[in-house]
Design a protein around this ligand. Structure first.
Ligand code: CDP
Length: 236
């Protein structure tokens, strides 16, 4: 059986993954799957239930019993056990906690299962840390997005400002650097580019330029399938 077309976008915090992945998914008519939102939902639930983040077994058990739904409509709401957590999972508190629970193998196992189910629904653009290396190892295109640590922190700080969260730029950068370090050092599925990923440094680039570049790389990769109408027929 032919697999659905897949684009994997990995990279550190604030590299622009979600903005770019959404734009690409929109243009191709693919699903967008934000895997970070799933890890964030588990971290949020652990905080809400007052489960200490060090309680690996308890958190893994909770993750197994948690229902996470990512809406595919343009609103892209995120639901955790039926509760809309779209805004709540972006809080600085969740950002500071998420890498701890994301390092737990059983939490990852549960969420990867959900992620692969999502990829079974049709053409997909999925972003995260281990999509090209582990979740979708046969993805048609793998991109590893980076940008300087200063630019990534500035982008995230602006986003937080717009959402009314008053953190200093220095605080945002410190939190982000700590999270990246933790994600890179963990034993299971650390943040590293897949051997066959294309590295794109987005420092100083406009979103449209990056999106166009990725779309053109994708077209090159699946040229034969596009010519035979395979890409279009997948989305009908
Ligand atoms: O948006 P941002 O890049 O800041 O983070 P995110 O994509 O929402 O991911 C939040 C955290 O979830 C990451 O820092 C990782 O600890 C974890 N994560 C992961 O381990 N594996 C993934 N595939 C996606 C996220």
């Amino acid at each position: 059986m032919k697999k659905n077309l897949q684009i994997a976008i990995d990279g550190p915090a604030g590299a622009g993954k979600s903005t770019i992945a959404k734009a690409i998914a929109r243009q191709l008519g693919f699903f967008y799957v934000d895997t970070g939102a799933m890890y964030r939902a588990i971290a949020y639930k652990a905080l809400r239930l007052n489960i200490a983040l060090t309680q690996e077994e308890e958190i893994a058990g909770m993750a197994r019993q948690t229902e996470i739904t990512l809406e595919h409509s343009t609103a892209r709401r995120v639901f955790c056990d039926g509760l809309d957590v779209t805004e709540a999972i972006r809080s600085p508190e969740v950002s500071r906690s998420v890498s701890i629970i994301a390092a737990y193998p059983e939490v990852r196992e549960r969420l990867v299962e959900l992620q692969r189910q999502e990829a079974g629904q049709g053409g997909v653009v999925m972003d995260g840390r281990d999509i090209g290396t582990y979740v979708l190892p046969d993805a048609d295109l793998k991109i590893f997005l980076t940008a300087s640590s200063e630019e990534r922190a500035r982008r995230r700080w602006l986003e937080l400002q717009r959402a009314g969260k008053e953190l200093s730029l220095a605080e945002v950068q410190r939190d982000m650097d700590a999270r990246d370090h933790y994600d890179q050092q963990r034993a299971v599925s650390p943040l590293i580019p897949a051997a066959d990923a294309i590295l794109l440094d987005t420092t100083g680039l406009q979103i449209e330029e990056i999106v166009d570049r990725i779309l053109s790389l994708f077209n090159d990769k699946v040229e034969d399938k596009v010519e035979t109408g395979y890409v279009r027929s997948q989305n009908q």
